[in-house]
Write a protein that binds this ligand. Structure first.
Ligand SMILES: [Zn+2]
Length: 70
């Protein structure tokens, strides 16, 4: 079974479509599970909620506009 996850890359702000092949129907994931996705936009790994497409550690605000005072 093929699923599609749509999320927005927090680094580039691009909308990314990720397809995942789930060939194990017996392995039922919980509805609120985050899966690691290799982002084609920034080439790094994001954890995306497979159900809602929400990102783990998603900044609550506009992406990229968060000033870093470090
Ligand atoms: Zn990304």
């Amino acid at each position: 079974m093929q699923r599609q996850i749509l999320f927005r890359c927090p680094r580039t702000g691009m909308n990314v479509q990720h397809r995942t092949d789930d060939e194990r129907p017996e392995r039922s994931e919980p509805a609120d599970s985050y899966v690691p996705v290799r982002c084609p936009a920034c080439m790094s790994l994001h954890f995306v909620n497979s159900t809602t497409g929400k990102l783990l550690n998603e900044p609550s605000g506009q992406p990229g506009s968060r000033p870093r005072s470090a």
